[in-house]
Design a protein around this ligand. Structure first.
Ligand SMILES: NC(=O)c1ccc[n+]([C@@H]2O[C@H](COP(=O)([O-])OP(=O)(O)OC[C@H]3O[C@@H](n4cnc5c(N)ncnc54)[C@H](O)[C@@H]3O)[C@@H](O)[C@H]2O)c1
Length: 254
């Protein structure tokens, strides 16, 4: 059986991934700010380094897969917290895990969102992709809009994956992303309870073509498939698991 590492395994989608991998008999190393094998705050450079060092110690022979799932929603304050965790906390770890994944011809599944193509400030997205965390976080807070910080960070993360997937594949590491739609997790509950964003997000949830919000297991099913050998010709793909929302909103864009 394999050895997998992941972040954000304490609740929601990550917890469902952890359960599915463990049920299949794999060893799972979980990084999270709470309830995890490795406690680390991925919003800070120090926390990211703690996570990288601890995973490397626990898996010296390498990793079969890595799923950076930790994230916060658009209702957190300040908006730059989203940038720090969802973009930089993900990409810094993804890059650091590459040598461990190479050892076992492993693969990585990133967590995008169907909000990534919904429109965000292009300059902010470029600042994330440039790797300049100070510029990107300043931009997020100057714009001051959680939805922009969130959707833009997911757009940047998805572009980072698409831009790097061919080079990673040549080095023996297969990368893909899943783009979940609205899924019932603590993150979504937090947004639905928000004074500013709550009504809009609840209304948006009511327009999901298949009729209901997703549940974490439905997203984890796609992630564990992408991690499996059954998906070994998939590389650089962005798989929408969103009850049809993206197809409804962007029917001709694929
Ligand atoms: N729920 C949705 O509708 C939805 C839709 C699209 C994408 N996503 C993405 O799915 C991923 C998982 O989200 P979820 O909905 O399961 O939310 P969640 O809140 O249940 O899980 C997020 C996890 O990240 C951890 N985390 C938060 N801040 C952290 C930090 N600073 N350092 C380390 N760990 C931290 C939390 O403790 C938690 O375990 C996120 O990347 C999110 O953006 C969720």
């Amino acid at each position: 059986m394999g050895t997998f590492a992941m972040t954000g395994g304490a609740t929601g989608i990550g917890a469902a991934v952890r359960e599915q991998l463990a049920a299949a008999g794999h060893d799972v190393i979980v990084v999270d700010i709470k309830d995890a094998d490795i406690i680390a705050d991925l919003s800070t450079p120090e926390g990211r380094q703690t996570a990288v060092d601890a995973i490397t110690n626990k898996a010296p022979a390498g990793l079969d897969g890595f799923v950076p799932c930790a994230g916060v929603g658009p209702s957190v304050s300040p908006p730059s917290l989203v940038t720090r965790i969802n973009y930089f906390g993900t990409v810094v770890l993804a890059e650091a895990m590459k040598p461990l994944l190479q050892k076992k011809n492993g693969c990585m599944v990133l967590i995008s969102s169907n909000s990534a193509p919904m429109g965000s400030d292009a300059g902010y997205v470029d600042k994330c992709l440039s790797g300049d965390e100070a510029a990107a976080t300043t931009s997020a807070d100057e714009i001051g809009d959680g939805q922009n910080a969130y959707g833009g960070a997911k757009m940047a993360l998805t572009r980072w994956m698409r831009r790097n997937s061919a080079a990673y594949a040549k080095d023996g590491v297969r990368m893909n992303a899943v783009a979940p739609g609205m899924t019932r997790t603590p993150l979504t509950e937090h947004v639905m309870a928000d004074e500013k964003l709550g009504a809009a997000i609840k209304g948006f949830g009511e327009t999901i073509p298949t009729g209901a919000l997703g549940v974490p297991e439905q997203i984890a099913n796609v992630i564990t498939f992408l991690l499996s050998p059954k998906a070994n010709f998939m590389c650089g793909s962005v798989v929408f698991a969103d009850g049809g929302h993206d197809a409804m909103l962007r029917p001709d864009d694929f």
